[in-house]
Design a protein around this ligand. Sequence first.
Ligand code: WTA
Length: 643
Amino acid sequence: MSEVQLEKLLIDPPAEFAAQANAKADLYEKAAADRLAFWADEAENLDWFKKWDKVLDDSNPPFFKWFVGGKINACYNCVDRHVKTWRRNKAAIIFEGEPGDSQVLTYDQLYGEVQKFANVLKSLGVQKGDRVTIYMPMIPEAVIAMLACARIGAPHSVVFGGFSSDALRDRINDAKAKLVITADGGWRRGKVVPLKANTDKALEEAPTVEKVIVVKRVGDAAQINWVEGRDLWYHELMAKADRHCEPEQCDAEDMLFILYTSGTTGKPKGILHTTGGYLTQANMTMRYVFDIKDTDVYWCTADIGWITGHSYVVYGPLSAGATVVLYEGGPDYPDKDRFWAIIEKYRVNIFYTAPTAIRTFMKWGLEYVQRHDLSSLRLLGTVGEPINPEAWMWYYKHIGGERCPIMDTWWQTETGAHMVSPLPGITPLRPGTATLPLPGIEVDVVDENGEPAKEGYLVVKSPWPSMMRTIFGGDECYVNQYWSRFNGKYYFTGDGAKRDDLNYIWVTGRVDDVLNVSGHRIGTAEVESALVECQEVAEAAVIGKKHEVKGEAIVAFVILKEGVQPSDELVNKLKKHVAAKLGAFCRPDDIIFTAELPKTRSGKIMRRLLRDIAEGRAIGDTTTLADPGVMAELKEKYASKEE
Ligand code: WTA
């Protein structure tokens, strides 16, 4: 089927699914009739120490508050309350290590571990409000660490294990973290990720950190240094820790975590989330969008270093009492069927992954899929970037066996939880679109002036419970980045979008200088500043070029300093530098040396034209260029490079 036809396709919800679905069609009406009452009802699904006085405080926009006056603890909601029910002996976490080791933690066991670790944190002087950085592989201790922080009201800042030591250092320093939790290493494609060594390096320039807790994961496979007085083994601390630790009674608006993400500036922003509203929406979407049932085994493949890992590996599913699969390693280790092997092994019912992964699986071929019995699956999800209709169809047919609804969920680090998504059993599905805003969520497509449009910018028109509250240490930046574009009226997502004949929303991708490479957000400015740090580089302009598997690939146009000769060695050196500075996933695919960059008369680089060159298109309007001749030279350069 061609892409054009796929885009018109409509798949009705199967009656059997609809009959058992958690979400009922009247949710939309209910939310439309009284939005705040709807959210208050959803918040009732959590356990509160004290109920809120007010659902929404909008007296100081855009600094909104939800469930004001309420007292709650996120860890209590993810663990303690389940232990009081029959779920006590239910599996909370099914862990699969990359080398093939596995471990099951019941809710009761998780309860014990989390309390012990909360006591460890307290004994090291961590108090309510102190920030803790977590730099770990995908192992149960990472979840235990997050929940233990939440238990004592210490906000965590999880830094993805794929980030470099420099990136880790910057994030530790911005958060002024008191303590770092890491591991000796983690397994990735049969190799050790040197987490402890990276931490050591980061801490050379991170004065606020007093202690480092190290989980022994890879043992002899990693040679690590030990700083006496600073470094402490997790297992030694845990052996001595008491199993009882009362959860802190947090305010609904107490900070739960900071999570750094890329924006349009050279510096990552610490997105700040609070407790009550965040947990309400993470929990609600777990029940309605993912239709979670007590009998389900649920697997989200995201790393806990990203928001998807926060909301849909930890807080959403555990607050719903679900059984969560946690997998440490890569999809192609030891072979390209690893994901399907895991689904078969644990009889996974609900599976959530990214379009870039799906496109990779398509490329690898069906033989890996067909080795395994995937009949346990009943619902699929996707997130991170627009999914092309072909990939959607492949996922639907070959992974879901044409029986599983696909939830294409649009949301962001900033939104905290799903915003635009079908509801399974209710919304007719169409390949490539996240369809409609969820009940209680007011998302729209508007033009430059904020007027509703068929095509334009994606905005959120009213506050929602799991919205970011600010940028850590950057209230002004929060207002400028998200609220100034539409004069304080709407939240600006940074995404472009269209509406189709059914009013379904098609997110077309970022309209700002943020790239989406394999579902990872990377600011062009971050890569550019890493490049100009190199002594050979005078100037750099970075763009995203369409890529079949990654969505976008990084292309850098670089002007060298006087007297520096371009060479293949230099290309490699610069690529390596960016990877070391930011993390391997930020490594540019192409670096092109040039004498000039296309700039307007006011000196602004016209990235649009650079993209035309990189994607081999006819070059767009160059009339505003200071020197239109630049383009011919660049085009020639790029063409000769491609040969
Ligand atoms: C993109 C990930 C289209 C979008 C949860 C957004 C999507 C950015 C989708 C946020 C989707 C995420 N369809 N685009 N279903 N989901 N995006 O902060 O550009 O890592 O702004 O959060 O990913 O990325 P972030």
